[in-house]
Design a protein. Structure first.
Length: 346
């Protein structure tokens, strides 16, 4: 009998603080209620009739019914299926079918939720603090709608996000060559940035190899934004890497991509010149996203089977793993210096 291997546990909290994607905006329609497990708890996402999205505890504070099993949006509130109490976007009970005074203790816990550039971003903090930093909103005018994909992986968000500074794996896993650092890694509070270039093999409709420049902005362990430029084709894309811990062992790994409408499809392939530009751009986005997803798939098995090594046995050429790991410490209450936790609390 084969006993399945057990993946060694990640040594720090499975639920680091920060902003994490609870879903794509396109996945939550007006009037819809959706169940979600995130950061070890059950929640519901719901969108009011006016279009505002909220995330709340799954369990009704009255007598514990699950709002994701029969709960309904009523105007700007959510109605529990059990005794029909309604709760607004602040979690306050606003009505009961009895017509009597609402119970003041019936308060539905809410998760801070921001909807930005097609993403539903939820704030989690192990000590319950309100958001003290924000993921910047991007203007998506002039960009195609997001192409999206998602997986459930047995991994931790710190492990997957480490990819963005792990220069050594780029040739080994992805076959990129001539990796060149254009701007060394910098840390500014919850933001880590770096910029590098690689040469990659052609895509199905691009026969020659081409140079790509990545400008990476890591905003905590759940949200990374990559500005990609391919100077030879005057092509620009925006890639999002979105990792949200679920239950202590698994995480949602979501990726999304859009392409700039300024991209000239003819520059990529003469075959695209005969098509209307809007259609050609969609084909470019589809092909670019396919190759991006293919790259991600090359990482999956390693992420899901690796163990976290601390300290790692680093060599010159590895990339700034140490800087990244020091940056990560701010997102764990157990690793933060006490002074930082006090500063955040005030
Ligand atoms: S349990 Fe929700 S209204 Fe009673
Ligand atoms: Fe990778």
């Amino acid at each position: 009998m084969n006993i399945p291997e057990q993946k060694p546990a990640f040594p720090y909290s499975a639920f680091p603080d920060g902003w994490y994607v609870a879903g794509f905006s396109s996945s939550l329609a007006r009037g819809e209620v959706k169940r979600l497990t995130a950061h070890g708890q059950n929640w519901v996402l719901w969108r009011t009739e006016s279009g505002r999205a909220f995330m709340s505890d799954a369990y009704c504070p009255h007598m514990g019914a699950h709002l994701g099993h029969g709960g309904k949006v009523r105007g700007e509130a959510i109605e529990c299926p059990f005794h029909l109490f309604c709760f607004d976007g602040n979690g306050a009970c606003v009505s009961t079918p009895y017509g009597t005074k609402v119970p003041p203790k019936a308060k539905l816990p809410m998760v801070p939720l921001e909807e930005k550039h097609g993403l539903l971003l939820a704030w989690f903090h192990s000590e319950g603090h309100a958001p003290h930093w924000q993921v910047p909103a991007l203007d998506m005018t002039g960009w195609l709608p997001l192409a999206t994909e998602e997986w459930v992986l047995e991994t931790h968000p710190q492990e997957t996000t480490e990819n963005s500074v792990d220069l050594g794996h780029l040739p080994a896993v992805h076959g990129y060559r001539d990796v060149e650092i254009l701007k060394p890694v910098e840390v500014h509070g919850p933001l880590l940035t770096t910029r590098y270039a690689v040469t990659r093999k052609g895509l199905p409709f691009i026969t020659k190899d081409f140079r790509m420049e990545f400008t990476i902005s890591v905003w905590g362990l759940g949200y990374s934004f990559v500005d990609v430029e391919v100077p030879a084709f005057r092509m620009k894309s925006r890639n999002f890497v979105l990792v949200s811990p679920i239950d202590g062992r698994h995480s949602y790994f979501r990726s999304a991509m859009t392409v700039s409408e300024d991209t000239d499809p003819k520059g990529l392939s003469p075959a695209l010149a005969i098509l209307p530009k809007a259609l050609a751009l969609r084909l470019v986005r589809a092909a670019a996203f396919r190759s991006y997803v293919a790259d991600i798939k090359q990482d999956l098995d390693i992420w899901q089977t690796k163990r976290y090594v601390e300290p790692p046995a680093l060599a010159v050429g590895d990339g700034p793993i140490g800087v990244y790991r020091r940056y990560c410490r701010q997102f764990y209450s157990e690793l933060r210096p006490a002074a930082q936790s006090v500063a955040q609390a005030s």
